[in-house]
Design a protein around this ligand. Structure first.
Ligand code: FEO
Length: 168
């Protein structure tokens, strides 16, 4: 049986992963509206991935006999100056999710809930992967001298994000 405080954190994470999915869906919509088809594809893929994260935690809570409550999901940001701002927003969001996941791992360990600790390890590895991925995207932007302005670097970034998604 999960301790109530651990069940609460996991329940909140279900909602946080839903929010993350919506954040990426909104970023994808913004990219579509700007004609950035590669970036739109990349963020659409990420939106679906976040949904699978939500499913994993949902399943775990169900397996543990914990009722899941889906709360109101806040609206994600909609206004961005350019693709660089979008990429930075996504990266900052992943850092926040990483902190939430590490907090669950920490709380589970403190509570000697090794089943949840083992379960959440997958997410720790996943967040590491995400941070590495966004690190590579930011390095690419730096290499191209991309600051979000229209031009050849924007075209290259859009193609790069498409390639990342297609090879994922
Ligand atoms: Fe499920 Fe990218 O956090």
């Amino acid at each position: 049986m999960l301790k109530p405080e651990i069940a609460k954190l996991l329940g909140e994470q279900v909602n946080a992963e839903f929010y993350a999915s919506n954040v990426y869906l909104q970023l994808s919509a913004w990219c579509e509206s700007q004609g950035l088809e590669g970036a739109a594809l990349f963020f659409r893929g990420h939106s679906l991935e976040e949904r699978t994260h939500m499913d994993k935690i949902f399943d775990y809570l169900c397996e543990c006999g914990i009722p899941v409550t889906i709360g109101a999901i806040a609206a994600p940001p909609t206004q961005f100056a350019n693709l660089m701002e979008v990429i930075n927003a996504a990266y900052q969001h992943e850092l926040k999710v990483s902190a939430m996941i590490k907090n669950i791992a920490n709380q589970a360990f403190q509570a000697q809930d090794y089943t949840t600790f083992n379960f959440i390890e997958w997410f720790i590895a996943e967040q590491h992967e995400e941070e590495v991925l966004f690190g590579k995207i930011l390095s690419k932007a730096k290499m191209l001298g991309f600051d979000g302005s229209p031009g050849q670097a924007l075209h290259h970034m859009d193609n790069f994000l498409r390639a990342v998604e297609q090879h994922a």
